[in-house]
Design a protein around this ligand. Structure first.
Ligand code: ATR
Length: 264
């Protein structure tokens, strides 16, 4: 039986095993997908197991998406440009790193029927998933990307990777059409200490968090009359793309799939 893993730290919250195992069963694929909490010094060992075909594929999550890169032989263009890998596979004895978060984000936006082209985007946070979101937004031809992070240095580091960014101090707010929460604020019912009261309609409030399904950030955006969206479809579509890369099959996304990743 083939084995797949998602590696990260923490990893308890990950719903990837639930989703992948559901799709494996649905497609009659003889494989199992599990989660593994690792430390940085375990990375070499687990990647060697992939090289030796003891395991067949790895998803990578926070905080290892960049750290795995030196262990790989090849990167997709998207993984190279974002310096972020979330899916690893062995292809002709080459360890390949891919980034399916980008397509995940793009598909989640397309699914909204929200015309994001030429829109002004304000990103909160500069953590592991943000390079993928910026890459995706540039592909979607947005007009401007403003970013604000508690630790300003991390936002500045991103600017050396993506030169079209504007940086704001944490706590300041700028005019926007779309605001994206990519911080971890909201995972544990925290609010974001910003005054959104000027932004009262037709804006899009997007939260990368999908569990809880509605963070205080989304609640507030909605109360002010704006559209809101959580990160559920981004999560599902990144898994969809990884599944396709590993198994050559497009798994089904339907109401069943959405039900499966409800974490209750
Ligand atoms: P990592 O930073 O390891 O990549 P992440 O979950 O991808 O982890 O990112 C967490 C994001 O939430 C970061 O942007 C972090 O800001 P810092 O870079 O300053 O750490 C942000 N974050 C977490 N707790 C926060 C808080 N209490 N206030 C503001 N931002 C916070």
């Amino acid at each position: 039986m083939k084995k797949y893993f998602v590696i990260g730290n923490p990893i308890d919250h990950s719903l990837s095993p639930k989703l992948h195992n559901h799709w494996l069963k649905e497609n009659n694929i003889d494989a199992i997908y599990d989660k593994k909490k690792i430390d940085e010094n375990d990375i070499e060992n687990i990647i060697t197991k992939l090289k030796n075909k003891q395991i067949s594929g790895i998803n990578v999550t926070v905080p290892f998406k960049k750290i795995v890169i030196p262990y790989l032989d090849k990167l997709s263009l998207e993984a190279e440009q974002t310096q972020s890998v979330n899916t690893i596979l062995l292809n002709n004895d080459n360890l390949e790193g891919h980034n399916t978060d980008i397509v995940g984000f793009i598909k989640s936006i397309k699914n909204l029927n929200f015309d994001i082209k030429d829109k002004k985007i304000f990103i909160l946070g500069a953590g592991g998933v943000v390079p993928s979101i910026i890459f995706a937004l540039n592909k979607l031809n947005v007009s401007k990307i403003i970013i604000s992070n508690r630790t300003k240095k991390k936002a500045e580091d991103l600017k050396s990777q993506f030169n079209n960014l504007e940086i704001l101090d944490w706590g300041d707010i700028n005019d926007f059409d779309v605001i994206i929460n990519a911080t971890s604020l909201g995972l544990n019912k925290e609010s974001i200490n910003l005054d959104f009261s000027k932004f009262t309609n037709n804006k899009l409030f997007y939260d990368v968090i999908y569990n809880p399904a509605e963070t205080n950030f989304l609640k507030e955006g909605k109360k002010l009359g704006n559209r809101t969206e959580n990160g559920k479809l981004m999560f599902i579509y990144q898994a969809f793309e990884a599944f396709k890369l590993w198994h050559g099959v497009e798994p089904q996304i339907n109401s069943n799939t959405l039900e499966i990743i409800k974490n209750d």
